[in-house]
Ligand binder design. Sequence first.
Ligand code: RP5
Length: 156
Amino acid sequence: MVAVIMGSKSDWDVMKHCCDVLTQFGVPLEKRVLSAHRTPHAAVDFISGAEKRGVKVIIAAAGGAAHLAGVTAAHTLLPVLGVPMESASLKGMDSLLSTVQMPGGIPVGTLAIGKPGATNAALLAVAILALSDPALHKKLEAFRAQQTKKILDETL
Ligand code: RP5
């Protein structure tokens, strides 16, 4: 199971792509709006209980002073993937740097800003889960093959 959390409902338009990919692969997920700043205690409660609920990977998306992925990583041993949201004022550079510049010892696997990052966070979570799930590994192989075929079949 994958947990997808985001700092605000305003992140959902982008993060729904992440959830769509997980669903496409048949990966069970839980999704919540939880903020490192606005709901710090609820966020920590949710994160701390994740492993016991059967969560294997947590995907955390936030924008601006984007501390959610880092705070998540600080409260769990599960792999944490961070997705920087594109912000209005700084186009997501603030989110990217806040998410990626973790101090040594507490890792966050940071993806690209916005929709590509949301999609790739899901695919990376699938790849992690596929290490111990042969059926999921086959689905990932089929996805890659289909993607390659689509590109090679393009006509201009
Ligand atoms: C962050 O602040 C959220 O992740 C969001 O990307 C950003 C703006 O949130 P709203 O003001 O739209 O709720 O916590």
